[in-house]
Design a protein. Structure first.
Length: 342
């Protein structure tokens, strides 16, 4: 009997080998996303022979890929060697809810993979594998490659998809008149916060090349007329006039020195009774599994930041002139770290 089919764990060596070979599956699924197979199959079942031309592939090799995708539950093998989408495969279509295709193209694409191929450089030096591979920091690279930056923004919506609703359900935004979303990209989280607080207004602040893509999302979420969009760098300044300053997955991206600059700029403009809200994956201090512990290594290798425990956030915030007030867990992997100026 297969031990996995009986619910038993494989022996330790097999578990380690599964972990080590996981990148095979990620590249197989990346190939499906890159070829746009879900889009090609959206009208109905097709064979590899029919898709070889449109996808620019070798038909026998494409058939083998599609057969493997069927074994992963993404496609299903029909008569006459045609394949159709399963519900899992439907989620791989361009523009499908959850942005899976964009996320796979970003995380599995050559740029991010090149960064991770230099993980030993990060462990040996503390520097980022991304910068060693690409010759510049990750966010500088994205600022110079608008197509990849756009894909990255869509990826963040998909990767953090469950978080906005969970944050809005767990934290009461109704007491704020103006919420400033610092580094808020296209406004996905700000939209959820404002929809939970109908009398509040928002200011969306991020780099100009990022926020230019925000209006369609904000309009789609029904809050386009309640948000002011401002472009700029949070290393230089942040907008004034907020009752709450919200930073979602911003602080984890940067070195401590850079974090203190960002937090310091928020501290300069905050009202005495204002709130600082960090939406981050707060790490448990014990051995408990948590997605943030994997993401912590991603932060080390790619942008050069880190995830933190509650104690580590308290220490960082104290250096920036804040007191950690409370950590509000949500139904997702993130918590709301609430701090006040001192």
């Amino acid at each position: 009997m297969d031990p996995q089919s009986s619910g038993e764990l494989p022996p330790p060596h097999a578990q380690l080998i599964q972990m080590g070979s996981a990148h095979w599956i990620s590249k197989i699924v990346y190939a499906a996303a890159k070829l746009g197979l879900a889009d090609h199959l959206a009208p109905g079942p097709k064979s590899a022979v029919e898709l070889a031309g449109p996808t620019g592939t070798h038909a026998p090799s494409l058939h083998r890929l599609m057969r493997t995708l069927a074994s992963l539950g993404i496609l299903t093998h029909r008569e006459e060697n045609r394949f159709a989408l399963t519900p899992l495969g439907e989620a791989l279509k361009t523009g499908a809810p959850g942005a899976a295709r964009a996320t796979l193209l970003t995380f599995g694409g050559p740029t991010f993979v090149a960064g991770f191929e230099n993980i030993m450089h990060s462990l040996e030096t503390g520097g980022t594998g991304f910068e060693k591979a690409m010759g510049m920091p990750a966010f500088e690279y994205l600022s110079q490659h608008p197509e990849e930056a756009s894909l990255f923004s869509e990826t963040m919506v998909g990767f953090h998809g469950a978080e906005p609703a969970a944050v809005a359900a767990a934290y009461d935004f109704s007491g704020f008149g103006t919420i400033v979303d610092v580094g808020g990209a296209t406004g996905n989280l700000l939209a959820a916060a404002l929809n939970s607080a109908p009398h509040a207004r928002g200011i969306l602040f991020d780099m100009p090349h990022v926020v230019k893509e925000a209006p369609p999302l904000l309009k789609d979420r029904g809050i386009g007329d309640r948000v002011t969009i401002e472009g700029g760098s949070f290393f230089e300044s942040v907008p004034t006039g907020g009752d709450a300053y919200m930073l979602s997955h911003v602080i984890h991206d940067w070195s401590e020195e850079q974090c203190l600059t960002i937090l310091g700029n928020c501290r300069k403009v905050m009202k005495p009774d204002g709130k600082l809200l960090l939406i981050e994956m707060v790490l448990p201090s014990d051995d408990s599994p948590h997605p943030g512990k994997i993401l912590d290594i991603v932060m080390l290798v790619l942008p050069g930041g880190q995830e933190r425990t509650a104690e580590e956030y308290a220490a960082l915030l104290a250096k920036a002139g804040f007191r950690l007030n409370r950590v509000v867990p949500t139904a997702s992997a993130v918590s709301v770290v609430e701090a006040v100026p001192v």
